[in-house]
Design a protein around this ligand. Structure first.
Ligand SMILES: Cc1ncc(COP(=O)(O)O)c(C=O)c1O
Length: 395
C-alpha cells in the first residue's frame, strides 16, 4: 500500500479492538496492538502451558527464526545483524557499554538525547575520563549538521543520537549524520525507539552502525520487547560487556567463542510468546506498508498541530524541519497533568513529558511540562477533533 484510504483505515481499526474503547493518542508511549499480535502471544503461552516451554520453543523454531528475517526486512538489514531483546534500552546499552572509552575520547550526541542514554554517557565519562559533547541545534531545532561536522576529528569515538525524541515531533536528520559518520569512519549509534514503526527506516540509507528500537510503541508489538541492528563492521570490533552461554560458547575449560552474529547481544532466556508477538507486529506493519504509515501519521499530526495552534492559550512546542506523529503542547494557566486528566475523563489517552526527561534540550528551550498526543495511522480525524474540542473547553 502506498497511501491509506478511508476503507483501509476502517479495516485496520477493525483489527484493533482498543479503538472501540478509547481514543488512543499515546502511541509514543505504547500503542494499541492489532489482534494478530495479541492472539499470537496468547496462543503461544497457552501452548506452552500444556506442552512445556522447551518443547513449544522447539516446535516453533522456524517461526522464531522467521522473526529475525521479518525485522531484517523491516530495517533493510540481514537477519544475522538483528538481536531481539526486551526493550530499546537493553538494545542500546548492549552496544554502548561494549565500547572501551579512554580518557579524552569524545562522545558526540544531540540536544534531543533520551535521558537513559545521557545518564549512560555521564556514567561512562565519570568512570573512564571520556568526554560527552552536545552538538548544537540549528535554527529549526534539529541537530545542526554543520556543527557536528566542525567537531569531527580522530578523538571522536562515537556519534550517538536520538532520531525522534520523547519530548516532541522533531525528526533529526539521521541520514545526514550517517553520511558524515561514515565518511569520517566514526561509529554511529541511532536510537530509533520513537521512529521505528512510524517512519520508513532503512539502515543502508541511514548508514548507521547500530540502531535500537522497542516493540510496544509505533511498531505495535507487545510490551517487554525490543530489537537491535548492528553492522558487521561494528559487531566484529565490539566485545559485549556481558556474555552468557548463548551469546558465547564455552568451547574448552579455558576457552570461549563469542557468537559472530546479533546473538552476541542476546541472552539465553526470553519470552518466546513475546518474541513471536513482536514478529507479528513487524509483519503487520510491513503489510500495511511503511511509506503509507509514514505519510498518514505525518499528515494527521500536522493537522492536529494546526488545529491546536488555532486555540487561544495553546502553544504547540514541536520543532525541526521535519516532523512526525508526536505532538506536544501546553495550555496557558492549566497544568499539563490537569489537561491530561481532563482528556482521560473523555476517554482520550495522552501522556505528559517533563524536563527531567530532556535536560540537554531544556538548557536551551526552558519548556514547561507538556501534554504529548502521539497519533498513529489507525487514528481518525474525528478522534483528533475530540481532542481539540476537549482542549478548547479548557483553554
Ligand atoms: C528516544 C527514546 N529512546 C529509548 C526509549 C526507551 O525505550 P524502552 O522503554 O523500550 O527501553 C524511549 C522510551 O520512551 C525513548 O523515547
Amino acid at each position: 500500500m502506498t497511501t491509506l484510504r478511508e476503507e483501509d483505515v476502517d479495516r485496520l481499526r477493525r483489527d484493533t479492538p482498543g479503538t472501540d474503547a478509547v481514543v488512543h493518542l499515546n502511541n509514543a508511549g505504547s500503542s494499541l496492538p492489532p489482534r494478530q499480535v495479541t492472539d499470537t502471544v496468547l496462543d503461544y503461552l497457552r501452548e506452552e502451558s500444556v506442552r512445556g516451554g522447551y518443547e513449544t520453543a522447539a516446535a516453533h523454531a522456524d517461526r522464531i527464526r522467521g522473526v529475525y528475517d521479518g525485522i531484517a526486512r523491516f530495517l533493510g538489514a540481514d537477519a544475522a545483524d538483528i538481536s531481539v531483546t526486551d526493550s530499546a534500552t537493553r538494545s542500546w546499552q548492549a552496544v554502548f557499554y561494549a565500547f572501551r572509552f579512554a580518557p579524552g575520547d569524545r562522545i558526540l550526541t544531540g540536544r534531543a538525547e533520551y535521558a537513559s542514554n545521557a545518564i549512560a554517557y555521564l556514567q561512562i565519562a565519570r568512570r573512564t575520563g571520556a568526554v560527552v559533547e552536545v552538538v548544537e541545534d540549528d535554527e529549526s531545532g534539529q541537530l545542526d549538521i554543520a556543527d557536528l561536522e566542525r567537531r569531527l576529528d580522530d578523538t571522536v569515538k562515537l556519534i550517538a543520537i536520538t532520531h525522534v525524541p520523547t519530548q516532541g515531533g522533531l525528526v533529526n536528520p539521521a541520514e545526514e549524520v550517517g553520511a558524515l559518520a561514515e565518511r569520517a569512519g566514526i561509529p554511529f549509534l541511532l536510537d530509533a525507539c520513537q521512529s521505528a514503526g512510524q517512519l520508513d527506516l532503512d539502515v543502508r540509507r541511514l548508514r548507521c552502525d547500530a540502531l535500537s528500537a522497542t516493540g510496544r510503541k509505533y511498531v505495535r508489538g507487545p510490551r517487554g520487547t525490543g530489537f537491535l541492528y548492528t553492522h558487521p563492521r561494528l559487531r566484529e570490533r565490539l566485545e559485549p560487556a556481558m556474555l552468557d552461554l548463548y551469546s558465547a560458547t564455552w568451547t574448552a575449560p579455558e576457552e570461549f567463542e563469542i557468537a559472530p552474529d546479533g546473538r552476541r547481544f542476546e541472552t539465553w532466556e526470553r519470552n518466546y510468546g513475546l518474541v513471536l508477538g513482536l514478529g507479528a507486529a513487524v509483519d503487520y506493519a510491513r503489510r500495511v506498508g511503511l511509506p503509507a504509515i509514514e505519510e498518514r501519521v505525518t499528515a494527521l499530526a500536522a493537522r492536529l498541530r494546526a488545529d491546536l495552534s488555532q486555540i487561544a492559550g495553546v502553544t504547540v512546542h514541536d520543532q525541526g524541519k521535519r516532523k512526525c506523529g508526536i505532538v506536544t503542547f501546553s495550555v496557558a494557566g492549566t497544568e499539563a497533568a490537569e489537561v491530561q486528566q481532563r482528556l482521560a475523563a473523555a476517554k482520550i489517552n495522552t501522556s505528559i513529558t517533563r524536563p527531567t526527561s530532556y535536560q540537554y534540550d531544556q538548557e536551551v528551550r526552558n519548556l514547561p511540562a507538556m501534554v504529548r498526543a502521539s497519533v498513529h495511522y489507525y487514528n481518525t480525524e474525528d478522534e483528533l477533533r475530540a481532542l481539540t474540542e476537549t482542549v478548547e473547553r479548557l483553554a
